[in-house]
Design a protein around this ligand. Structure first.
Ligand SMILES: C[S@@+](CC[C@H](N)C(=O)[O-])C[C@H]1O[C@@H](n2cnc3c(N)ncnc32)[C@H](O)[C@@H]1O
Length: 274
């Protein structure tokens, strides 16, 4: 069946970079493709696939008949994808770093080009309408995002709004060409009720704590002026927060509790002014 070419977004005729510049490590492992398809299929929403390539994941996903928008920069891949997929798949020739995410609930899926993982994740986390994301990223990034062996600043900054889960390590041999590192499959679920309400202030706070001088939570908080030294250790222990932990070792709930503790004076001041 022939499909109409979708040019509703900026069309990219041909990308000057070759497969290497575009991070075109295509997935060839059937078991991983099945897992991605299953995880993506669990939510009922329409699907947005980032970086679909020539359709390793899009083709099996498309068989279920759900609407899929597939955003691919390389016009050769996009052409091929259009030929291989049914009408419920709309291929958009665009850069995922510029693509406007839909303003209705949707599920995200993508085997991301390794060199763009962090900028894509930053965009994804700041986008508002998706509910579940199923993403294949470098192994180290997957571990840090899911908080395994220590969470990154990016994860801590977004944890009150999202739950991150690591599903599997995907060996480099599952891709063609074979990349230099393994990948990891993660899911991100938007929390129905965020653990924190003040996003910008909370994220500034996380950055100050992560980049602050000293070792151990208590020292960092006091030296960066987030907590008054007198009785600070007591107040942390009162809320079951470990005084000697490193920022990377805190859980989502601990970050939320820490934020409440450190923002209490500002809140009280706000209330007394009102
Ligand atoms: C790692 S491959 C994944 C392909 C396919 N999903 C698979 O698993 O076989 C990454 C894909 O992203 C595309 N890509 C790279 N940069 C992009 C960008 N900025 N916007 C959209 N697609 C991009 C590449 O052309 C390539 O097809």
């Amino acid at each position: 069946m022939s499909k109409r070419r979708s040019r509703s977004y900026t069309a990219v005729a041909a990308h000057p970079g070759g497969p290497h510049e575009l991070g075109q490590n295509l997935l060839v492992d059937g078991a991983t493709i099945d897992t991605i398809t299953r995880l993506t299929g669990q939510a009922p929403d329409p699907i947005v696939e980032l970086c679909p390539g020539s359709g390793a994941v899009t083709v099996p996903l498309g068989e279920a008949g759900r609407p899929i928008t597939a955003v691919e920069l390389d016009s050769r891949h996009a052409d091929r994808l259009e030929q291989r997929t049914p009408d419920n798949v709309r291929v958009v020739r665009d850069d995922v770093l510029r693509f406007r995410f839909p303003r209705h609930p949707h599920t995200l899926v993508g085997n991301l080009p390794f060199h763009l993982t962090t900028p894509i994740l930053r965009r994804v986390l700041a986008a508002e309408h998706w509910r579940t994301a199923v993403l294949l990223v470098q192994w180290e990034v997957a571990r840090r995002r899911a908080g395994v062996g220590g969470a990154s600043m990016l994860t801590a900054s977004w944890w009150p709004w999202y739950e991150f889960e690591l599903h599997a390590r995907v060996p480099a041999r599952s891709f063609r060409p074979v990349p230099s590192v393994d990948a990891g499959l993660i899911t991100i679920h938007r929390r129905p009720s965020p653990l924190v309400t003040e996003r910008e202030a909370y994220q500034r706070f996380v950055k100050r704590v992560f980049t602050g001088p000293g070792r151990g939570l208590l020292r960092i908080l006091v030296r960066t002026g987030q907590l008054n030294g007198a009785g600070a250790a007591h107040r942390l222990r009162d809320r079951e927060l470990p005084t000697d932990a490193l920022p990377k070792d805190l859980t989502a709930e601990q970050w939320a509790r820490l934020w409440r503790l450190c923002s209490e004076p500002a809140r009280k001041n706000r209330r007394s002014r009102d």
